[in-house]
Design a protein around this ligand. Sequence first.
Ligand code: URA
Ligand code: SF4
Length: 248
Amino acid sequence: MIDAERRAALELVADEVRSCRRCRLHETRTQAVPGEGHPSTEVVFVGEGPGLNEDRQGRPFVGRAGDLLVELLASIGWRRDDVFITNIVKCRPPDNRDPAPDEIGACGPYLRRQLEILDPALIVALGRHSLGRFMPGTTISRAHGTLRPADPACGAADALVLAMYHPAAALRAPALEEACRADTRQIPRALEEARARRAAGGGPAPTAAPGATVGVSGPPAASEATSAAGPESLPPAGEPPADQLTLF
Ligand code: URA
Ligand code: SF4
Protein backbone atom coordinates (compact mmCIF):
# COMPACT_ATOMS: atom_id res chain seq x y z
CA MET A 1 0.00 0.00 0.00
CA ILE A 2 1.24 3.46 -0.75
CA ASP A 3 1.27 6.23 1.84
CA ALA A 4 -2.01 7.80 0.74
CA GLU A 5 -3.84 4.46 0.78
CA ARG A 6 -2.60 3.66 4.26
CA ARG A 7 -3.53 7.10 5.47
CA ALA A 8 -7.06 6.72 4.09
CA ALA A 9 -7.45 3.22 5.53
CA LEU A 10 -6.24 4.38 8.96
CA GLU A 11 -8.61 7.34 8.84
CA LEU A 12 -11.50 4.97 8.13
CA VAL A 13 -10.64 2.96 11.25
CA ALA A 14 -10.25 6.19 13.25
CA ASP A 15 -13.70 7.39 12.15
CA GLU A 16 -15.28 4.13 13.27
CA VAL A 17 -13.47 4.34 16.61
CA ARG A 18 -14.72 7.89 17.19
CA SER A 19 -18.34 6.79 16.86
CA CYS A 20 -17.92 3.31 18.40
CA ARG A 21 -20.29 2.02 21.07
CA ARG A 22 -19.12 -1.55 21.22
CA CYS A 23 -18.30 -1.44 24.92
CA ARG A 24 -19.32 0.53 28.01
CA LEU A 25 -16.28 2.79 27.82
CA HIS A 26 -18.09 4.88 25.21
CA GLU A 27 -20.50 6.04 27.94
CA THR A 28 -17.85 7.87 29.96
CA ARG A 29 -15.41 9.03 27.30
CA THR A 30 -15.07 12.65 26.20
CA GLN A 31 -13.34 11.64 22.97
CA ALA A 32 -12.14 8.33 21.68
CA VAL A 33 -8.40 8.13 20.93
CA PRO A 34 -7.77 6.07 17.78
CA GLY A 35 -4.01 6.62 17.63
CA GLU A 36 -1.75 8.57 15.33
CA GLY A 37 1.56 8.55 13.56
CA HIS A 38 3.35 8.00 10.31
CA PRO A 39 1.34 5.81 7.92
CA SER A 40 4.47 4.16 6.52
CA THR A 41 6.36 3.64 9.75
CA GLU A 42 8.08 0.38 10.62
CA VAL A 43 7.39 0.74 14.34
CA VAL A 44 4.10 0.78 16.29
CA PHE A 45 3.93 1.55 20.02
CA VAL A 46 0.92 0.10 21.82
CA GLY A 47 0.00 1.46 25.25
CA GLU A 48 -2.86 0.60 27.56
CA GLY A 49 -5.58 3.16 27.12
CA PRO A 50 -6.20 6.90 27.13
CA GLY A 51 -5.84 8.86 30.37
CA LEU A 52 -7.37 12.19 31.34
CA ASN A 53 -5.39 14.34 28.89
CA GLU A 54 -5.77 11.90 26.03
CA ASP A 55 -9.54 11.71 26.62
CA ARG A 56 -9.76 15.51 26.47
CA GLN A 57 -7.59 15.92 23.38
CA GLY A 58 -8.45 12.77 21.43
CA ARG A 59 -4.73 12.05 20.97
CA PRO A 60 -2.57 9.30 22.51
CA PHE A 61 0.23 9.92 24.99
CA VAL A 62 -0.15 13.68 25.40
CA GLY A 63 0.10 13.80 29.22
CA ARG A 64 3.08 13.16 31.49
CA ALA A 65 3.58 9.61 30.28
CA GLY A 66 3.55 10.99 26.76
CA ASP A 67 6.19 13.56 27.60
CA LEU A 68 8.39 10.78 28.93
CA LEU A 69 7.71 8.64 25.86
CA VAL A 70 8.79 11.52 23.62
CA GLU A 71 11.94 11.95 25.71
CA LEU A 72 12.69 8.22 25.48
CA LEU A 73 12.25 8.34 21.71
CA ALA A 74 14.59 11.34 21.53
CA SER A 75 17.21 9.32 23.42
CA ILE A 76 17.45 7.02 20.39
CA GLY A 77 17.16 9.86 17.88
CA TRP A 78 13.49 9.34 16.97
CA ARG A 79 10.47 11.66 17.02
CA ARG A 80 6.90 10.66 17.80
CA ASP A 81 5.86 11.51 14.24
CA ASP A 82 8.26 8.84 12.95
CA VAL A 83 6.31 6.03 14.60
CA PHE A 84 2.65 5.10 15.15
CA ILE A 85 1.28 5.32 18.68
CA THR A 86 -1.97 3.72 19.81
CA ASN A 87 -3.55 1.79 22.68
CA ILE A 88 -5.19 -1.52 23.53
CA VAL A 89 -8.48 0.26 24.31
CA LYS A 90 -9.32 3.45 22.49
CA CYS A 91 -11.55 5.03 25.17
CA ARG A 92 -10.52 6.06 28.67
CA PRO A 93 -11.45 3.69 31.48
CA PRO A 94 -13.10 5.79 34.22
CA ASP A 95 -10.65 6.93 36.91
CA ASN A 96 -7.88 5.29 34.88
CA ARG A 97 -8.89 1.85 36.10
CA ASP A 98 -7.52 -1.18 34.27
CA PRO A 99 -9.40 -2.01 31.08
CA ALA A 100 -11.65 -5.04 31.62
CA PRO A 101 -11.16 -8.20 29.54
CA ASP A 102 -14.46 -7.70 27.68
CA GLU A 103 -13.49 -4.11 26.84
CA ILE A 104 -10.10 -5.25 25.54
CA GLY A 105 -11.88 -7.91 23.50
CA ALA A 106 -14.44 -5.48 22.08
CA CYS A 107 -11.75 -3.01 21.05
CA GLY A 108 -9.35 -5.61 19.68
CA PRO A 109 -10.55 -5.53 16.06
CA TYR A 110 -9.56 -1.86 15.73
CA LEU A 111 -5.99 -2.53 16.79
CA ARG A 112 -5.88 -5.59 14.54
CA ARG A 113 -6.99 -3.55 11.55
CA GLN A 114 -4.47 -0.81 12.33
CA LEU A 115 -1.71 -3.42 12.43
CA GLU A 116 -2.90 -4.98 9.18
CA ILE A 117 -2.74 -1.60 7.48
CA LEU A 118 0.59 -0.53 8.98
CA ASP A 119 2.26 -3.96 8.62
CA PRO A 120 5.02 -2.92 11.05
CA ALA A 121 8.35 -4.70 11.42
CA LEU A 122 8.39 -3.96 15.15
CA ILE A 123 5.66 -3.61 17.76
CA VAL A 124 6.68 -2.08 21.08
CA ALA A 125 4.30 -3.31 23.79
CA LEU A 126 4.14 -0.74 26.58
CA GLY A 127 3.19 -2.17 29.95
CA ARG A 128 1.35 -5.23 31.10
CA HIS A 129 -1.97 -4.86 29.28
CA SER A 130 -0.25 -4.47 25.96
CA LEU A 131 2.04 -7.32 26.88
CA GLY A 132 -0.99 -9.47 27.68
CA ARG A 133 -2.16 -9.08 24.11
CA PHE A 134 1.20 -9.63 22.39
CA MET A 135 2.99 -12.00 24.78
CA PRO A 136 0.27 -13.77 26.73
CA GLY A 137 1.33 -15.90 29.67
CA THR A 138 4.25 -13.84 30.88
CA THR A 139 4.76 -10.91 33.23
CA ILE A 140 6.18 -7.51 32.44
CA SER A 141 8.93 -7.88 35.05
CA ARG A 142 10.12 -11.02 33.27
CA ALA A 143 9.50 -10.06 29.67
CA HIS A 144 10.55 -6.42 29.52
CA GLY A 145 13.49 -5.88 27.20
CA THR A 146 12.85 -9.15 25.33
CA LEU A 147 11.82 -9.70 21.76
CA ARG A 148 9.49 -12.31 20.27
CA PRO A 149 7.83 -12.96 16.94
CA ALA A 150 4.32 -11.51 16.88
CA ASP A 151 1.43 -13.91 16.38
CA PRO A 152 0.16 -12.95 12.91
CA ALA A 153 -3.36 -13.18 14.36
CA CYS A 154 -2.65 -9.81 16.01
CA GLY A 155 -2.87 -8.23 12.56
CA ALA A 156 0.86 -7.67 11.95
CA ALA A 157 1.79 -10.41 9.48
CA ASP A 158 5.53 -10.38 10.02
CA ALA A 159 6.63 -8.44 13.09
CA LEU A 160 8.70 -8.82 16.21
CA VAL A 161 7.34 -7.61 19.54
CA LEU A 162 9.56 -5.85 22.07
CA ALA A 163 8.17 -5.70 25.62
CA MET A 164 8.87 -2.57 27.59
CA TYR A 165 7.87 -1.03 30.90
CA HIS A 166 5.14 1.57 30.48
CA PRO A 167 6.41 5.15 30.85
CA ALA A 168 3.60 5.76 33.39
CA ALA A 169 5.02 2.94 35.52
CA ALA A 170 8.41 4.61 35.34
CA LEU A 171 6.82 7.87 36.55
CA ARG A 172 5.12 6.11 39.47
CA ALA A 173 8.09 4.01 40.55
CA PRO A 174 11.52 5.61 40.14
CA ALA A 175 13.08 2.17 40.44
CA LEU A 176 11.46 1.26 37.12
CA GLU A 177 12.64 4.36 35.32
CA GLU A 178 16.11 3.03 34.60
CA ALA A 179 14.60 -0.26 33.40
CA CYS A 180 12.31 1.70 31.09
CA ARG A 181 15.29 3.62 29.71
CA ALA A 182 17.25 0.41 29.24
CA ASP A 183 14.27 -1.11 27.41
CA THR A 184 14.26 1.90 25.11
CA ARG A 185 17.91 1.33 24.26
CA GLN A 186 16.91 -2.10 22.91
CA ILE A 187 14.59 -0.61 20.32
CA PRO A 188 17.08 0.17 17.50
CA ARG A 189 18.63 -3.26 17.73
CA ALA A 190 15.18 -4.87 17.86
CA LEU A 191 14.26 -3.03 14.68
CA GLU A 192 17.44 -4.24 13.00
CA GLU A 193 16.54 -7.81 13.92
CA ALA A 194 13.02 -7.31 12.67
CA ARG A 195 14.27 -5.89 9.37
CA ALA A 196 16.68 -8.78 8.92
CA ARG A 197 13.91 -11.25 9.60
CA ARG A 198 11.63 -9.69 7.03
CA ALA A 199 14.44 -9.47 4.48
CA ALA A 200 15.00 -13.19 4.98
CA GLY A 201 11.36 -13.80 4.11
CA GLY A 202 9.85 -14.06 7.58
CA GLY A 203 10.06 -16.99 9.93
CA PRO A 204 12.30 -17.00 12.96
CA ALA A 205 14.83 -14.21 13.31
CA PRO A 206 18.35 -15.18 12.30
CA THR A 207 19.54 -15.41 15.88
CA ALA A 208 16.63 -17.42 17.22
CA ALA A 209 15.52 -21.02 17.22
CA PRO A 210 11.91 -21.50 16.08
CA GLY A 211 9.51 -20.42 18.78
CA ALA A 212 12.29 -19.15 21.00
CA THR A 213 12.56 -15.72 22.46
CA VAL A 214 14.80 -13.70 20.21
CA GLY A 215 17.89 -12.66 22.10
CA VAL A 216 18.48 -8.99 22.72
CA SER A 217 21.52 -9.34 24.87
CA GLY A 218 22.75 -5.80 24.94
CA PRO A 219 22.14 -2.42 23.42
CA PRO A 220 23.86 -1.64 20.14
CA ALA A 221 27.00 0.40 20.39
CA ALA A 222 25.33 3.43 18.86
CA SER A 223 22.50 3.71 21.36
CA GLU A 224 24.82 2.87 24.24
CA ALA A 225 26.99 5.80 23.31
CA THR A 226 23.95 8.06 23.00
CA SER A 227 22.48 7.10 26.35
CA ALA A 228 25.79 7.27 28.18
CA ALA A 229 26.37 10.75 26.89
CA GLY A 230 22.91 11.95 27.94
CA PRO A 231 20.38 14.12 26.17
CA GLU A 232 22.68 17.17 26.09
CA SER A 233 24.73 15.50 23.43
CA LEU A 234 21.78 14.83 21.13
CA PRO A 235 22.32 16.14 17.64
CA PRO A 236 20.20 18.99 16.33
CA ALA A 237 16.70 17.83 15.37
CA GLY A 238 16.63 16.12 12.01
CA GLU A 239 20.32 15.33 12.02
CA PRO A 240 20.96 11.99 13.66
CA PRO A 241 24.57 10.93 13.87
CA ALA A 242 25.71 8.66 11.09
CA ASP A 243 25.81 5.63 13.39
CA GLN A 244 22.24 6.06 14.71
CA LEU A 245 19.49 3.90 13.25
CA THR A 246 17.10 6.13 11.36
CA LEU A 247 13.50 5.37 10.47
CA PHE A 248 13.14 7.61 7.46
N1 URA B 1 -1.05 5.81 28.82
C1 URA B 1 -1.41 4.96 27.84
O1 URA B 1 -1.32 3.77 27.98
N2 URA B 1 -1.88 5.47 26.73
C2 URA B 1 -2.00 6.76 26.51
O2 URA B 1 -2.42 7.14 25.45
C3 URA B 1 -1.59 7.64 27.54
C4 URA B 1 -1.13 7.13 28.69
FE1 SF4 C 1 -15.42 1.06 21.05
FE2 SF4 C 1 -12.95 0.48 21.89
FE3 SF4 C 1 -14.14 2.70 22.74
FE4 SF4 C 1 -15.00 0.33 23.60
S1 SF4 C 1 -12.98 1.24 24.00
S2 SF4 C 1 -16.29 2.00 22.88
S3 SF4 C 1 -14.70 -0.95 21.77
S4 SF4 C 1 -13.53 2.23 20.64
